[in-house]
Design a protein around this ligand. Structure first.
Ligand SMILES: *Cc1c(COP(=O)(O)O)cnc(C)c1O
Length: 380
């Protein structure tokens, strides 16, 4: 009997540290020696550098760093004055964080269904609920569009529908750092955008972190105050705030990693192309690409009604897979039966949750590991 091959992990945040160890260790040592650990020069420099990288010359963006991606979404909603008495439309097929952020500010989530090919919000259902809101819920005051797995949602018709309804569109960019639509980076299209910097995201801290961006300087300034007790002046709250700060260690680590993000995304795209080629002619279709969009492959997601059997065969070949996500938000015990759904009833979201699975995907996968995964895919 052959011993089973060592399992290739589906995600490996430690590999991203080892790849940049010297630069990250130097950044950490610099902060430890500085004597300043929260909201200092490193955080301000990270905000500046991230905003410049994201805008890439396409007009100024303002960035506010905070404690995590969930808070980044909640801070945007608070900054826009959205809370009790407002509904925020989003999707059920997402990280639960998107929906948790809406309830954190006291607003009501309305969960819409997805386009089953690209797994992002169905623009027709959004247009329908903005024109004719479901009865018995507060008025829709914002929409959070999630660019899931690293690829743009069908943004342009949704932006048009939101403009018609006079409702701000907020981008959840937790999975799409660096992805573009029509040559422009995601996060620059809406009223504001939230990024998670969780260790496994395309730009990840070595702990928790988040950052939000907006072209509106006044909104950014208000949110920066809300992030720290509503202070504009130390010890004097000008408004009601929270505490959601990014620490200097994480900011310095992120500054070391940001210059490598585009190369990391290019490596993810090359791995995705290898997986596509290995799947061709086989039973599974590679992930659909939206025309005009550059996908940054936070996850490489396949689907099959035989998911369990396929994942077991891949595991036996040493390929670790994940499921993002096994249960749509509207079916989870904390939310089931309590959260209003759009007219489509999230049927495609429920089906996707039963069928999707994700292959290993991170820039540090070696060519040898990628070839082993491809061989397992060719054998399916
Ligand atoms: C990771 C993630 C978040 C939340 O980020 P945290 O930093 O974990 O709070 C929000 N939305 C989506 C789509 C995510 O993937």
């Amino acid at each position: 009997m052959n011993a089973s091959p060592p399992l290739i992990a589906q995600a490996d945040p430690g590999a991203s540290y080892r790849a940049l160890k010297a630069e990250i260790d130097a950044a950490v040592a610099r902060v430890l020696a500085s004597g300043w650990y929260i909201l200092g020069q490193e955080g301000a420099a990270f905000e500046r550098e991230f905003a410049e990288w994201l805008a890439a010359g396409a007009g100024p963006m303002h960035a506010v760093a905070c404690a995590n991606g969930t808070d980044a979404l909640a801070l945007i909603l608070r900054g826009l004055g959205i809370g009790p008495g407002a509904t925020v439309a989003t999707v059920s097929h997402t990280a639960v964080a998107t929906v948790a952020a809406i309830e954190m500010v006291g607003a009501t989530p309305l969960l819409l269904d997805i386009d089953p090919d690209v797994y992002t919000m169905d623009p027709d259902e959004l247009a329908a609920v903005l024109e004719d809101p479901p009865p018995g819920i507060p008025p829709i005051r914002a929409v959070i569009v999630v660019h899931l797995y690293g690829q743009a949602a069908d943004l342009l018709p949704m932006l048009a529908a939101c403009t018609r309804a006079g409702v701000p569109l907020i981008e959840d960019c937790a999975q799409c750092h660096g992805a573009t639509l029509d040559g422009r980076r995601l996060g620059t299209f809406g009223r504001a955008a939230a990024f998670s910097l969780y260790p496994t995201k395309n730009l990840g801290a070595l702990g928790d972190g988040g950052v939000l961006v907006t072209p509106d300087g006044e909104l950014a300034e208000r949110i920066a105050a809300i992030r720290q007790y509503g202070w504009r002046e130390r010890y004097v709250s000008a408004m009601v705030g929270i505490n959601s700060r990014l620490d200097e260690l994480q900011a310095a680590i992120l500054r070391a990693k940001l210059p490598h993000l585009d190369a990391g995304n290019a490596r993810r795209a090359a791995i995705a192309a290898a997986y596509d080629a290995a799947l061709s002619g086989g039973p599974l279709a590679p992930p659909a690409r939206r025309p005009g969009a550059v996908h940054v492959f936070h996850q490489y997601v396949l689907r099959s009604p035989q998911r369990g059997a396929i994942m077991a065969r891949l595991k036996a070949a040493g390929v670790g897979c994940g499921i993002h996500y096994p249960m749509p938000v509207h079916e989870q015990p904390a939310y089931a039966g309590r959260i209003p759904l759009g007219p489509a009833g999230c049927a495609e979201s429920s089906r996707a949750a039963r069928e999707v699975f994700s292959l290993p995907m991170y820039p540090e996968l070696t060519d040898g590991q990628v070839e082993r995964i491809c061989a397992a895919l060719r054998a399916l």
